[in-house]
Design a protein around this ligand. Structure first.
Ligand code: HEC
Length: 160
């Protein structure tokens, strides 16, 4: 039981630390540079940020596996998806600063149609995008927690 509590506390701390890094309001402004190619449309079809369709929908992108939106990705992105990369605030920020460089580091050929380079503020944009999909995070948190607690309870009754 102690282990569960410690793990849970650590997870919470990590989540809070990750969120504290980016500035949501600054990210909202910076996202203006991405709108020409990217929209943010929720799973229910609500248009959260009206934008272009040259790039994939970025709703819930933080925590999403790379290359999994309903979009015709480049071959490079298909290979990136095969590495199993999941976007978090850190790798998202690294990607938007230098998409080609990042993709090469991941072992792909680096040829992407995402030609835009953001000089700074990638963490802020990540925080902004994460804030638009909070339901998803909450859903995942409640999905994991009771299961673990139930398994723990079962283990306790079994040994008693
Ligand atoms: C010129 C158009 C364009 C601009 C501007 C642009 N992007 Fe993109 N972006 C794309 C395209 C196209 C892709 C898909 C890349 C591929 O298939 O190679 C993409 C892919 C992405 C992905 C990967 C998504 C996934 O589903 O895995 C992220 C994250 C991303 N862009 C973030 C941003 C951010 C943040 C900005 C603004 C700072 C931005 N982009 C600006 C065109 C653009």
């Amino acid at each position: 039981m102690m282990k569960t509590i410690v793990t849970f506390a650590l997870t919470l701390m990590m989540a809070t630390a990750a969120q504290a890094e980016g500035d949501i309001d600054a990210g909202k402004k910076t996202f203006g540079k991405c709108k020409s190619c990217h929209s943010v449309v929720s799973t229910d079809g609500d248009v959260l940020v009206k934008g272009g369709r040259t790039g994939p929908n970025l709703f819930g992108v933080i925590g999403r596996e790379a290359g999994t939106a309903d979009f015709k990705y480049s071959k490079t992105f298909v290979s990136l998806n095969e590495t199993g990369l999941v976007w978090d605030e850190a790798n998202f920020a690294a990607f938007v600063v230098d998409p080609r460089g990042f993709l090469k580091e991941q072992g792909t050929d680096g040829k992407t149609r995402m030609t835009f380079k953001l000089k700074k503020g990638g963490e802020d944009v990540a925080a902004f995008l994460a804030s638009l999909a909070p339901a998803r995070e909450a859903e995942e948190a409640t999905e994991d927690a009771p299961e673990e607690a139930a398994a723990e309870a079962e283990a306790t009754t079994a040994t008693e």
